[in-house]
Design a binder for this molecule. Sequence first.
Ligand code: RUQ
Ligand code: CUA
Length: 654
Amino acid sequence: MKKYSYHVLSLLGLLLVFAGCGNQQGQGSSNGALNSSAAEKVYVAPGQQDEFYAFLSGGYSGNLTVYGLPSGRMFKEIPVFSQFPTSGYGYSEETKPMLNTSHGFVPWDDLHHPDISQTNGELDGRWIFVNGNNTPRIARVSLSTFETEEIIEIPNSAGNHSSSFITENTEYVVAGTRFSVPVPQRDMPIAEYKSNFKGALSFIEVEPEHGHMDIKFQVLMPGFNYDLSHPGRGDSHGWFFFSTYNSEEASTLLEVNASQNDKDFIAAINWKKIEEYVNNGGGTKMPANYAHNVYDESTHMGTSTMKKEVVTVDPTKVPDAVFFLPTPKSPHGCDVDPSGQYIIGAGKLSADLTVHSFDKMLAAIEGKKFDGEAYGIPILKFEDVLAGTVKSGGLGPLHTEFDSKGNAYTTFFISSEVVKWKLGTWEVIDRQPTFYSVGHLMIPGGNSRKPFGKYVVAMNKITKDRYLPTGPEMEHSAQIYDISGEKMELIYDFPTHGEPHYAAGCPAELLASKSKKIYRLDENKHPYAVTSPDQAKVVREGKNVHVYMSTIRSHFTPDNIEGIKVGDKVYFHITNHEQDFDVPHGFSMIGQNTSEILVMPGQTKTSVWEPKQVGVWPFYCTDFCSALHQEMQGYVRVSPANSNIELSWSLGGD
Ligand code: RUQ
Ligand code: CUA
């Protein structure tokens, strides 16, 4: 019987394999991703490594995912704005403060736009910045530890979407509000939105050595929606460009009411001028309340501080610093080419792309070629700033990236395609379908002076039939195109996590050699660290019990603890004594209301347990760390609240 079913199964398997081949051949002729030369282009042989890192935003997962290009293999999910049971981020005592905000503990967000730090307009691979849309925050992730090191909340902002883009020497990371709101927040009728709400564009200074962030100033703009932004570079370094929509200032049924004007604007902000104005005492110090959370790599500990003040700037008070460039049809994407000369506005309700010229903009400002003003901000004449129009033939343009050969690549959401066109001549060179409804796209370094134009990754909103179905909910899908030739070639499909919006990529060699392997035990400054197992101890302070514990293959010190009582709060401070790459130990306790934690070599992490029932309760290591991993366990004896069992601990019965 057993043998018989085995044969049936293998026969079925064969049939499935044949069915699979048939399908693939069927599609293969029309679909480049399935022909063998395309397969070779993405094949990274076992043991070989990828040429590029790609960091994809996780959207509503609140996380950032790390992939390899061209293989599409996922290496890591980096928790940023979310609790993450896989590592214990946001659950451990050390990382909980990272998720503190003025609204309390907010363990999730909607992460959209990663941007890698730059020096002289080129990727330098120190940090990657990301935005939390929902509860406005900007985070800085270290590209040596691949961990979140800092999160700053943005006051006076709501729907932190035109973020987090950096200037060409990482002087600032910029965060713009999507929703305009009352500034300061107050109780008022929604119907009085028009001319009363404000849109805050925040310039967050990045300290060059450690990357620490501090809000330098917020420009309080008219009550439009600020959608995307990008920095000037090269000649336009010192300027920042933001797309706007809802210049109608509608507060209801925006799909109709915010689509009335034929043109909205791209706001051009001369941040160097405003910086100078602020340095000379300009701007208004406004009371505020926002969290600044910093993780210290030597103490392995996050702290949260509430900040109480922010400098705001009225743009009409700074001469020649802010202008509006009329841009058709509710622009979404706002991208700047590698030379810094062209600013591309993608009117999402249009077929064409509007390209503004930086030089023409300067001349129009100089010649005062204005077409009225909006709330005191001059509107430049459309014809006087226009460099050209790309007659795309597509529908619903969203985002543009660039290669190093003077080409631009724009996504079209409605017509589901990537269109390649030439900067300067505006002619369309090629177009390739995406599967389906593409949002952003990414070329490594595509938002810098020096793009690495070998691959483009398209990130799509809809997956449908690309993979085996998994119920109504599918992961989103990305496509990789080889763009080294004149024509783009689709070479691979891969699923993504959450909803990737934007992504950032860089050559592997920029990061791989600097990637941290261990934390050195002799540099561990965690206040509860034990640097040798004989320091392990258990200390009672009233109802709080601190367990100073160490781990090494394959035991905990101590592994038996008695004298814990119901109602205690037990802090397990675990120091991993390994000093070898890739040997974490885990810690988990039965009935714990948090998560397990993973402790990296040389690191200390703390997990809290509040025992509610008497008994003898086991704990164990959650990471299969050695052949004797299953032996890596211990017990805690929990006695009634009024018991007088003495606190004691041991290893090996001593
Ligand atoms: S968005 S799909 Cu960047 Cu949030 Cu355009
Ligand atoms: Cu340590 Cu398993």
